[in-house]
Design a protein around this ligand. Structure first.
Ligand SMILES: Nc1ncnc2c1ncn2[C@@H]1O[C@H](COP(=O)(O)OP(=O)(O)OP(=O)(O)O)[C@@H](O)[C@H]1O
Ligand SMILES: [Mg+2]
Length: 236
């Protein structure tokens, strides 16, 4: 079953085709990596999935429902969670308060405090509950954002460059976290770190100049000459 699909999804900015005519299918339970050069349209694409950016044309379907015009907060209630490429935690609130705010954004049966503790344990920040989020290192702020997504118990978790700024040991922990989540959560991961992509993704989609250049297993994508020309050869 497809959890998320797009057809002909397109976004123009003043004549620039940031995303152009993208047909995309994400089966339930898959870990999908979305890769491509800077400016390829990755953030714009997921922005349309989660409702932050309105498409110029095309459709977005989640769990069989056309959500192309649904407000972002309503998509959260359907079970979509999204972390931003640019860190966006509330610096003057504690770690736990940030996660509790996120948990409350999705109206959900479970107790907020349980969701907060569990999500912080999942990312390894359980010892920093009371600390001001603004005092965390950049890498820990990224992990806090992932916890904010997890506290919503999402069916689809979208992460935009979550490992940017993480140390090697934090990246190793992130890979383990994604593998552990894969049983219960469909994941769409925008990622430039190829070891994270190769070790966590079931399938990779490559965007280039707003279009899908290639899609396939990590091995197939890594060996694809067109992908190497567009991306992997140039600092990817
Ligand atoms: N709000 C905007 N207004 C105008 N142009 C935009 C806007 N947002 C993105 N763009 C342009 O659209 C294209 C796609 O940008 P996008 O941020 O989606 O790429 P990306 O693949 O996420 O890149 P990166 O790897 O650097 O994060 C770029 O050319 C970018 O400059
Ligand atoms: Mg981006």
């Amino acid at each position: 079953m497809m959890l998320m699909s797009t057809r002909g999804l397109t976004r123009q900015f003043a004549g620039l085709h940031a995303v152009e005519d993208v047909d995309f299918d994400l089966p339930q339970g898959q870990v999908r990596a979305l890769i491509g050069p800077n400016g390829a349209g990755k953030t714009t694409f997921v922005g349309m999935l989660c409702g932050r950016i309105a498409p110029t044309s095309g459709t977005v379907v989640f769990d069989g429902q056309d959500i192309s015009r649904l407000a972002a907060h309503k998509r959260i209630n359907l079970g979509m969670a999204y972390t931003f490429q640019i860190t966006s935690v509330f610096a003057n609130l504690s770690v736990a308060e940030n996660v509790a705010l996120a948990a409350r954004r999705r109206r959900h049966g479970g107790a907020v405090q349980d969701a907060v503790v569990r999500a912080l344990q999942q990312v390894g920040l359980q010892d920093r509950l009371a600390q001001n989020a603004g005092d965390l290192s950049y890498g820990h702020q990224r992990l806090l954002e992932i916890a904010m997504g997890l506290a919503q118990h999402p069916r689809l978790l979208i992460l935009d460059e979550p490992t940017q700024g993480l140390t090697d040991s934090e990246i190793a922990a992130f890979k383990a976290l994604v593998r552990g989540l894969a049983d219960t959560t469909t994941i769409l991961l925008i990622e430039h770190n190829m070891s994270v992509v190769m070790e966590t993704a079931d399938v990779i989609t490559v965007l280039n100049s707003g279009r899908v250049l290639a899609e396939g297993s990590p091995q197939a994508i890594h060996a694809d000459p067109a992908v190497q020309r567009a991306y992997l050869g140039t600092g990817g």
